[in-house]
Ligand binder design. Structure first.
Ligand code: NAD
Ligand code: UDP
Length: 311
């Protein structure tokens, strides 16, 4: 049994990680300020004697003991991180510094949830870890993109300077149950709109692309990376099958049997045109690749939102 801290543990990915690691017999300390997460995501875990929930903002320091830290606290939806950009960059920089301080003091291994956003609007396609990216430092996405890039720098400098056992994963668009109904990301928006037979809001002309990974596949990769010795990363984790946003809308309308019509809205500033992970490194080092096909993952996500909406 390991003692594991998961920051952002009440969020979408964090809640799946809490459940998996608890099921594997570990002791979990979930640290969350409920900025975008909810108690509902972890309600089934609250009675487990090996699960502890601490309401705390990681921008403030905290003294805890653990062997591993998964640093997942940070709003991930553009709508939410742009709602409070200063809190977002503080979480990424001050929050990561606090977690690195904790790792240094307790000699814990720490894994940082970084993002494909470090590649910005990429000129290299698919994205490989050696690509340094094309990020606007002063735009509306910068609080997140540059915050995550600075967090990667901190992880590397704590490793070089203090010998902290730090690791970096770059997560590409992930979806699944426990996403917030009002999250604002494309899969949850389109599913909720389709189930309600409301207009599907495509931003731009829908030709921009993303590659979508189902959350259980991602969680497999995250844990493999944490448990891998002598490999810092960064490593891409995502599903390399790429879809246009129009394509995603069509698939979701078909799977939900919806009467929704498409409605076009302006493309947000700095919205990346294309995104697809090169996962050769994850395959080579972690023997990981995703297995869940889009339609299968979407069906279980639709089932989840159907229940949420009918509540
Ligand atoms: P989410 O918004 O559902 O979860 C984030 C969680 O962090 C929430 O529970 C929120 O309340 C908590 N949080 C935010 N700021 C905090 C703070 N200062 N102190 C404590 N808790 C705080 O998002 P998610 O999709 O689960 O993403 C989790 C992590 O994975 C994030 O770091 C995100 O950047 C990264 N990521 C996610 C994706 C994706 O597609 N889901 C892609 C790339 C990276
Ligand atoms: N998007 C869209 N309609 C929506 C939400 C998002 O067309 O209701 C687009 C968005 O402009 C982007 C893509 O879908 O091109 C993915 O957006 P999301 O916010 O899910 O993630 P990110 O941009 O961070 O990859």
């Amino acid at each position: 049994m390991k003692s594991i801290i998961i920051t952002g543990g009440a969020g979408f990915i964090g809640s799946h990680l809490c459940k998996r690691l608890l099921d594997e017999g570990n002791k979990i300390i979930c640290v969350d300020n409920f900025f975008t997460g909810s108690k509902g995501n972890i309600k089934d875990l609250l009675d487990n004697k090996n699960f502890e929930l601490i309401r705390h903002d990681i921008v403030e320091s905290i003294r805890l003991e653990s062997e591993q830290i998964y640093n997942f606290a940070c709003p991930a939806s553009p709508v939410h991180y742009q709602h409070n950009p200063i809190a977002t960059i503080k979480t990424n920089i001050l929050g990561t510094l606090n977690m690195l301080g904790l790792a240094k003091r307790t000699n814990a291994r720490i894994l940082q949830a970084s993002t494909s956003e470090v590649y910005g609007d990429p000129f290299v396609h698919p994205q490989v870890e050696s690509y340094w990216g094309n990020v606007n430092p002063i735009g509306i996405r910068s609080c997140y993109d540059e915050g995550k890039r600075a967090a990667e720098t901190l992880m590397m400098d704590y490793k070089r300077f203090h010998n902290v056992d730090s690791k970096i994963i770059r997560i590409f668009n992930t979806y699944g149950p426990n996403m917030n109904e009002h999250d604002g990301r494309v899969v949850s928006n389109f599913i909720v709109q389709s189930l309600r037979n409301q207009p599907i809001t495509i931003y731009g002309d829908g030709s921009q692309t993303r590659s979508f990974c189902y959350v259980s596949d991602l969680v497999d990769g995250i844990i493999k990376m944490m448990d891998k010795d002598n490999f810092t990363g960064p490593v891409n984790l995502g599903n390399p099958v790429e879809y246009s946003i129009s394509n995603i809308a069509e698939i979701i309308i078909k799977l939900t049997n919806s009467k929704s019509k498409i409605e076009y809205h302006p493309l947000p500033q700095d919205d990346p045109r294309q995104r697809q992970p090169d996962i050769s490194l994850a395959h080579e080092k972690l023997n990981w690749k995703p297995n869940i096909e889009l339609e299968t993952g979407l069906k279980s996500t639709i089932e989840y939102f159907d229940k949420v909406i009918k509540k």
